[in-house]
Design a protein around this ligand. Structure first.
Ligand code: G1P
Length: 898
């Protein structure tokens, strides 16, 4: 297996023999909606959404099975046919031989280049692919074919790309019938399809989309059109043939169609033939292929005019590279340049997730695009760091998804702030959902100092689901829209703070038999979905508790900043606030409070508002937070027979604690530890104990660090489907990056820097070692039992990693708009006594350089002096908010440690 090497500090890398690793894919996309995946042999697919695939949808297994890849053939006179992408039966048969073809991949953010060389053919091909960052929905590939022999060679070049041109669902829902919808025609530079109708879950509709594959070659500086075509798959491959052994290529016969012909009702291939040419020794011939979508034939023709010109291709490629690099405005300079490069990809990943959602890459062959509630808020974390301007309104809009009972809409529309009622009536409540908006809001407030944000207003979501998913509002009629209404028949509007309070206060009362918040449909761990009745998540109860304490602090800051000592809230919320603290121990009383509240808001609400003193709210929130912390510490701290201690994080549907000593072995889960640490439920001493226990039971360096759980050796149907997965995979005990990174975040935040570093460093070292992880740079969703990185690119782990490295490891953090510098870098992370990071802070680009002249270890240093653009600013570790406002773009901040 080849080594992966970085070529610069912007994530560009090379890799030899990428064709000897299976299941690798690479994203190419733009913000106009183009989403491609591409492999070293140019397999993969291209789509705009679930119903609009240009190339046939691929799941991971198709990456080795599929013959329908983007192919380009060169027939060499006297030698035969060569697939420049390696997808011919003959080349496949030689893959494991010593004299296999040399293949090399070079790739950077949103561009992909493969070189392939054949000694037998004496040809070399360089294939460069990208999706331009423009409004057009097109993917471009330039094929450069060079004669490496010392003799002339006569070649015939043929593009052969099967076009699917329909909905993903038609893969096994009328695959053949939907080919009858194809209206396929040849144009000057290629082949287009305009299906008559679309058949998918939306019904049968008139189709609007044109699909096209166009190509030109460069001859003496001129771009020249192809000479013949074959749009019909069965004709092109010939009886008995296939896409890796297609008749017309193997026989090198002229393709049977000319420009301007139409042939309808068949599976389509864009087979496009160029004039024969003689390549002199060392001569290179260039071809450009465009694969795209349009609303008319003319739109696709325009694409060919714009992009099928070599110098345009080169220019758009450079512009696209620059565009994405500019977007990644966070970077690092540490002793480990590979880490800095790897983080470059991690920083880019949240942008991919915004484009692809959680679908549309080969492992992500589920969902139909779009993101879930959790993802929505977590993606905002990265946005807050990288593109903060847009985020304020986005956050306010997102709060429009909260229901008055504290749960939320789970189907998210395509427009910002659009939430859709689930018409399938699937009532599912994820108990963690109410906790994430606060984390994002809190980061926003700390970064910006915009505490007044708490009084911004938005509506609430309303559908038939009431009583936190336990009942239906039979009087609700969706035709009236999806907003919570008042008795005045007006949509009710409440503040951001009110939304947050409702989410937390309702959860506080929504407890199970052990007085922890009920698990319901699941929490963060989607796989814990079989304990709806009696399950409890201690893990997220801790997080809610921690949030409440921080929210109380925010209210204090709000009071101080605005001088307002009351908060305006919907009258009904008083039920949740006024309950006496003495009932917190009583599960029955808690239910009674929650029921009374849910009953009062189940249909329309009064619309009346009351003023609640800030002090009172602060007291209530602190009271609840303290109660949760004490309760968890008192009831869930456990020790096993070997003396290791940690928190039990869950109760199952049998009402039993999930973790501890069992006959089948020790059962431990990471999630409960993460949130106990993050929320400060765990004391410092307990954090130290937890670290020992996780190191003992969950740590496995061979697979990148900390597993999500130990092996329960049981298909635990009273807790969740994840126990059906083989151990070490996905949510059942893999190193699940998201939770591992949150573990690091929690450890750093509590001052356990070395321990936090260990989490990140082990994960990074594993993922970045291509020979172990088999993935390109970046953080995958998880690492499986064999060390393979899985579900690459689209994961919430990236946002959290970005945040953890910048805010915790580098300690560059907002504190109500001031800039706090509290690095927790290990001595080994400095190079020549320096480590620096560049990022955006409150609209300006800053570079913070830490000087550690005495090479002090973390824990033994703090920021002693700050210099701004060379001038001494202070002897502390903070730049005040008003001084941050004076920082110019590209400010250089030097912080001396001592
Ligand atoms: C994925 C889902 C996320 C869920 C997690 C655990 O994580 O996207 O919503 O909480 O699995 O089940 P991700 O890939 O974002 O790390």
């Amino acid at each position: 297996m080849g080594n992966l090497n970085y070529l610069d500090k912007k994530g560009t890398f090379t890799l030899d023999d990428p064709d000897l690793t299976s299941y690798m894919y690479f994203p190419l996309a733009n913000e106009a909606g183009m989403m491609s995946s591409i492999t070293p042999d140019l397999n993969g697919d291209i789509k705009l959404d679930q119903n609009t695939f240009l190339l046939e949808p691929v799941s991971s297994e198709n990456l080795h099975n599929n013959k329908s890849s983007r192919n380009f053939w060169v027939y060499v006179e006297g030698k035969g046919a060569w697939s420049v992408t390696g997808r011919s039966s003959k080349q496949q048969a030689k893959l494991f031989e010593d004299d296999k073809e040399k293949v090399k991949l070079t790739a950077g953010i949103m561009w992909h280049q493969v070189e392939r060389e054949s000694d037998e053919m004496e040809l070399k091909a360089v294939m460069t692919s990208f999706v331009p960052n423009t409004e057009e929905k097109v993917e471009l590939t330039k094929f450069e074919i060079t004669n490496t022999s010392d003799k002339e060679q006569k070649i015939t070049s043929t593009v052969a790309i099967p076009l699917y041109a329909r909905s993903a669902s038609n893969i096994r829902d009328h695959r053949h019938v939907t080919s009858l919808l194809h209206r396929t025609f040849t144009v000057k530079n290629g082949i287009m399809i305009h299906p008559t109708l679309t058949f998918d879950e939306r019904g049968h509709n008139k189709n609007k989309v044109y699909y096209g594959a166009l190509a030109k070659e460069e001859v003496n500086g001129e771009m020249v059109s192809p000479i013949s075509f074959c749009p019909v798959t069965e004709e092109f491959i010939g009886h008995g043939g296939n896409f890796e052994n297609p008749y017309y290529v193997m026989k090198n016969e002229p393709l049977p169609y000319k420009v301007g012909e139409e042939v309808d009702g068949y599976e389509t291939v864009a087979a496009i033939r160029f004039e024969d040419t003689v390549l002199a020794p060392g001569e290179t011939r260039t071809y450009i292929v465009a694969l795209g979508f349009g609303e008319s034939e003319a739109e696709i023709t325009e694409i060919s005019k714009k992009y099928l010109i070599t110098k345009h291709f080169d220019r758009y490629l450079e512009e696209t590279k620059e565009y994405w690099q500019k977007k990644i405005n966070v970077s690092y300079n540490s002793a480990d340049t590979d880490f800095d490069n790897w983080m470059h990809w991690v920083n880019f990943q949240p942008m991919l997730r915004r484009i692809y959602g959680c679908s549309f890459l080969p492992h992500h062959d589920y969902g139909k695009g779009g993101r879930g509630w959790r993802d929505l808020w977590q993606d905002c974390l990265a946005l807050l760091i990288m593109e903060p301007e847009q985020v304020r309104q986005m956050l306010i809009d997102n709060f429009g998804g909260v229901r008055f009972d504290g749960t939320n809409a789970t189907i998210i529309g395509s427009k910002q702030g659009e939430f859709i009622a689930d018409r399938n009536n699937i009532v599912r409540v994820w108990m963690d959902h109410g906790a994430w908006p606060y984390l994002t809001t809190s980061l926003y407030i700390e970064q910006t100092g915009d505490i007044e944000f708490l009084r911004e207003e938005n509506t609430y979501f309303k559908d038939a689901q009431i009583h936190r998913g336990e009942d239906r509002d039979e009087r609700w009629n969706d035709s009236r829209g999806n907003k919570q209404m008042t008795t005045e028949a007006e949509p009710y509007r409440g503040t951001v703070l009110e939304h947050l309070l409702i989410q937390h206060l309702t959860s506080f009362y929504d407890v199970g038999e052990h007085n922890h918040i009920r698990l319901r449909g699941a929490d963060w761990n989607d796989g814990l979905d079989m304990a709806n009745d009696r399950g409890e998540s201690v893990a997220f109860t801790a997080l809610y508790g921690g949030n409440m304490r921080n929210l109380a602090k925010n209210i204090k800051a709000y009071e101080e900043k605005t001088g307002k000592n009351t908060i305006t809230l919907a009258k009904e919320i008083l039920i949740l606030i006024d309950a006496d603290k003495s009932i917190y121990n009583s599960i029955g009383d808690k239910h009674a409070v929650l029921d009374e509240y849910c009953e009062s808001v189940k249909h329309i609400i009064s619309g009346e508002k009351v003023e609640v003193p800030c002090d009172k709210l602060i007291d209530v929130l602190n009271g609840m937070s303290d109660w949760i912390g004490n309760h968890i510490r008192k009831t869930e701290w456990l020790s096993d027979k070997d003396g290791y201690s940690w928190f039990n994080g869950y109760y199952d549907n049998s009402g039993k604690a999930v973790e501890g000593d069992f006959e089948t072995g020790v059962r431990m889960m990471l999630t409960g530890q993460v949130f106990a640490i993050m929320s400060e439920t765990a004391t410092k001493e307990q954090v130290a104990e937890i670290v020992k226990a996780t190191d003992k039971y969950l740590y496995d360096e061979k697979i990148g660090g900390y597993r999500l759980n130990t092996n329960f050796n049981e298909v635990k149907t009273d807790l969740g489907r994840l126990f059906g997965f083989a151990f070490g995979h996905k949510e059942n005990g893999a190193v699940f990056s998201h939770m591992a990174v949150m573990y690091a975040n929690a450890l750093y935040s509590r001052g356990f820097a070395k321990e936090g570093y260990k989490v990140i460093n082990t994960l990074y070292k594993h993922c970045n070692d291509y020979n172990l992880s088999n993935i390109y740079p970046g953080v995958p969703e998880y690492v499986n039992q064999r060390g393979q990185g899985m579900y690459h690119y689209l994961t919430g782990a990236a946002s959290w990693l970005l945040l953890t490295v910048l805010n915790e490891m580098y300690g560059i953090k907002g504190q109500l708009g001031a800039l706090k510098l509290q690095p927790k870098l290990l001595a080994t992370q400095f190079t020549n006594g320096m480590a620096s990071a560049t990022c955006m802070f409150r609209g300006v680009n800053i570079t913070v350089t830490y000087q550690n002249p005495f090479n002090l270890e973390v824990g033994n240093y703090r920021v002693k002096e700050i210099y701004i653009d060379g001038e001494k600013y202070s002897d502390g570790d903070t730049i005040a908010k008003e001084d941050v406002d004076k920082l110019g773009d590209k400010s250089i901040i030097t912080a001396v440690l001592g």
